[in-house]
Ligand binder design. Structure first.
Ligand code: GDP
Ligand code: MG
Length: 598
């Protein structure tokens, strides 16, 4: 295809502003699928994504659109996830594009996540085209929202197309606008092949499938290609595009986006961000400067409830990393929980999704320990180590300095909730660095300890603002902090899997709150259970779970057998997620008690 007839773009939108619905409309308008195939929201293909209504993996679709000028354009669009945990996927999708559609709900206005993604797009030199969606709703305020886009993002928006992805109104105008405003790709078709790997995933039948953007030259079926960073040569067995069905075309020209399958069996053999070149010209074709690798931000221990599941668990994690290079894991051995894995995640949502997939797709019951961020510790002998597991924190005596990660958070909030949000940020030890009053919203910038942000900050900010505030954040730096390890003892035994790293000033309060919550979560047993919180050798709080045999079935009337059965069944299911610590049975919830205290 001639370069002038190609447009590569992403869609930037806040969750629920209508990105997937609009994308599906595009597919429909361009005839990419028959109506029957047009299952609702085809782009969110994983069941889990569909249930949670979010897009996790970037996906691409190539569409042919016959424009009003009579020319048929090839539109490649790459869907992007909307959640902050996955913002790095947005950035890498943008690398494959010349432009981005910014979809804004005309009733809601601009949200922090989209602002952050727009800045990334603009930094990467992309043309950002605003679109006002949900114009069918009575609460749509397009003029106000256009003004907001101009104020916050700084792009012209008075002429932004107004549409309804739901009714289809204005959808073709969006496509026309996009063709007019987004420039076509550039590149030399006759130069040796150079293609960027935007994404790679593992397919059970095909092996590794890579989504690529050809920068120069042509990628043809049968070509001998090389993955630049590994230096390994492969044969391009299948080359094609997603329409959205995978469709072999035999070649991808300069500026095009599509897939290649080359018999690679391990996802690390085709790393995201790497460059594919022609094997013959490998030496003289450089790497395309890729995007930065993401590091896990949140770590937690995952332990199978039954130690018989350990091998299966290891296999499941290996399989998951085939599709998710951002998931990290290494063996962890806990005195309390036995053999498991310390896993690293991009954020709490990522952690929940992985946990859910392990349980749903692999049928493994897990105990998860409290998530923690990564700390830097300078030891007395001058070494700097990173600690992602509270129980592996060195002795207090050998620590010179501890540093915690600080994020820069950007918050957009309607003025009426400003007070609530500021109070929350202060409570979380935030330091305000900027406050900007806009037409209807206020843009706040705070520096906050990452540990305070990753756990429940997002939910808290939502409830402090009736869902109207939005949040985006990124790691800024490590900062010296007075941190200590808070240990929990059950019947006098320190439980390594329950240790936390906390601020010294908050440690007594946190210790008290934590064990109070645990007291609620640990069921009464045949004997008293003492729960203590301690720092070093000093016990800072103590509670007792009184002995009591609760006979739950006693409450039922004599004859109601089915009700009795149900109760017993419920008890049994509850038991599955118990772990025996000494002679005490501790349920999963107790290990995550820290998430339940405010
Ligand atoms: P995404 O999270 O940005 O992908 O948003 P979705 O496309 O999943 O849409 C979120 C919700 O908004 C869904 O319930 C859609 O049906 C609805 N929606 C999307 N576009 C429109 C629109 O133009 N008008 C109305 N009324 N609802 C819409
Ligand atoms: Mg979506």
């Amino acid at each position: 295809t001639e370069l002038s007839r190609i447009r590569n773009f992403s869609i930037i939108a806040h969750i629920d502003h209508g990105k997937s619905t609009l994308a599906d409309r595009f597919i429909q308008v361009c005839g990419g699928l028959t109506n029957r195939e047009m299952a609702e929201q085809v782009l969110d293909s994983m069941d889990l994504e569909r249930e949670r209504g979010i897009t996790i993996k970037a996906q691409s679709v190539t569409l042919n659109y016959k424009a009003r000028d009579g020319v048929e354009y090839k539109l490649n669009f790459i869907d992007t996830p909307g959640h902050v945990d996955f913002s790095y996927e947005v950035s890498r999708s943008l690398f494959a594009c010349e432009g981005a559609l910014l979809v804004v709900d005309a009733g809601q206005g601009v949200e922090a996540q989209s602002v952050a993604n727009c800045y990334t797009a603009i930094e990467q030199g992309l043309e950002v085209v605003p679109v006002l969606n949900k114009m069918d709703l009575p609460q749509a305020e397009p003029d106000r929202v256009s003004q907001e886009i101009e104020d916050i993002i700084g792009i012209e928006a008075t002429d932004a197309v107004r549409c309804s992805a739901k009714s289809g109104m204005g959808v073709e105008d969006v496509l026309e606008d996009l063709i007019k405003r987004i420039p076509p790709p550039e590149g030399d078709e006759n130069a040796p092949l150079q293609a960027l790997i935007i994404d790679s995933w593992f397919d059970n039948y095909l092996g590794v499938v890579s989504l690529v953007r050809v920068r120069q030259g042509v990628l043809r079926k049968g070509d001998k290609i090389q993955i630049k960073s590994t230096g390994k040569a492969w044969n391009a067995d299948k080359v094609g595009i997603f329409t959205p069905k995978p469709t072999e075309t035999g070649e991808l020209g300069t500026g095009e986006v599509g897939f290649v399958v080359a018999g690679i069996k391990d996802i690390h053999g085709a790393p995201v961000g790497d460059t594919i070149v022609s094997n013959k010209f490998a030496d003289e074709t450089p790497q395309i400067p890729g995007f930065k690798k993401v590091k896990p931000q949140v770590y937690a221990g995952l332990f199978p409830v039954s130690s018989d599941d350990y091998e299966e668990f290891r296999d499941a994690l290996s399989k998951l990393t085939l599709n998710d290079a951002s998931l990290f894991f290494e063996p962890e051995n806990s005195d309390a929980l036995g053999f498991g894995f310390r896993c690293g995640f991009l954020g709490m949502l990522h952690m929940e999704i992985i946990q859910e997939r392990l349980e749903r797709e692999y049928n493994i019951d897990l105990i998860t320990t409290a998530p923690t961020v990564v700390y830097e510790v300078v030891t007395r002998n001058g070494e700097t180590i990173t600690v992602s597991n509270p129980s592996s924190l060195p002795d207090v005596g050998s620590i010179e300095e501890m540093r915690e990660p600080i994020v820069e958070a950007s918050i957009l909030v309607p003025q009426e909730y400003l007070g609530n949000v500021i109070a929350l940020c202060e409570e979380k030890r935030g330091v305000q660095t900027n406050m900007l009053f806009l037409a209807n919203q206020v843009q706040l910038t705070y520096e906050l300890p990452m540990a305070e942000v990753v756990l429940d900050f997002f939910d808290r900010i939502k409830s402090a603002s009736r869902g109207f505030a939005s949040l985006d954040y990124h790691f800024k730096r490590f900062q010296t902090a007075n941190l200590v390890r808070l240990d929990v003892l059950i019947n006098g035994e320190r439980v390594d899997a329950l240790a936390l790293i906390v601020h010294r000033e908050q440690s007594h309060y946190r210790g008290r709150a934590l064990i109070d919550k645990m007291k609620e979560l640990i069921p009464r047993q045949m004997f008293d259970i003492a729960i203590q919180a301690s720092i070093g050798n000093q016990v800072v709080a103590r509670v007792t779970v009184k002995a009591l045999r609760k006979n739950v079935t006693a409450k039922c009337y004599g004859g109601d057998v089915s009700r009795k059965k149900k109760l017993l069944q419920k008890q049994k299911e509850g038991k599955k997620r118990m772990k025996q610590l000494g002679n005490v049975e501790v349920p999963q919830e107790a290990f995550l008690a820290v998430l339940k205290v405010d």
